[in-house]
Design a protein around this ligand. Sequence first.
Ligand SMILES: [Zn+2]
Length: 95
Amino acid sequence: MRSSASLISTKYASMDYEVLALSTATIRRAQDAISSCESCNSEAEFPFDWVLDEVTGRDGSTTDYFLTEPAHCPRCGRSVIEKTLVEPYGGVYSF
Ligand SMILES: [Zn+2]
C-alpha cells in the first residue's frame, strides 16, 4: 500500500510540474519583450520567468524554465536569468 501511494504522488508531481528547455529563438523573443532590467531600472518589478510565461503560453506555476543561454538586457547588456526582475517592453500584454 505504501509503495503504490508514493507511486501516485510521484506521477502526480511529474504531471504537474515540468522543466522546459528554451530554444535560442524563444529566449530572443522573451528578450525582445523586455526594455530594461533591475540592474538599470529600479522600477523593474516582473521576474523574467513571467515574460517567459507570456512568450511560451505556459503557466509559470507548473513550469520551470531552463535557459540554454542567458538573455541580455537590451538597455545595459547584463545577463538576464529566470529570476531577474525586468520591465516589460510595452506590448508584452499582446502576446
Ligand atoms: Zn538592464
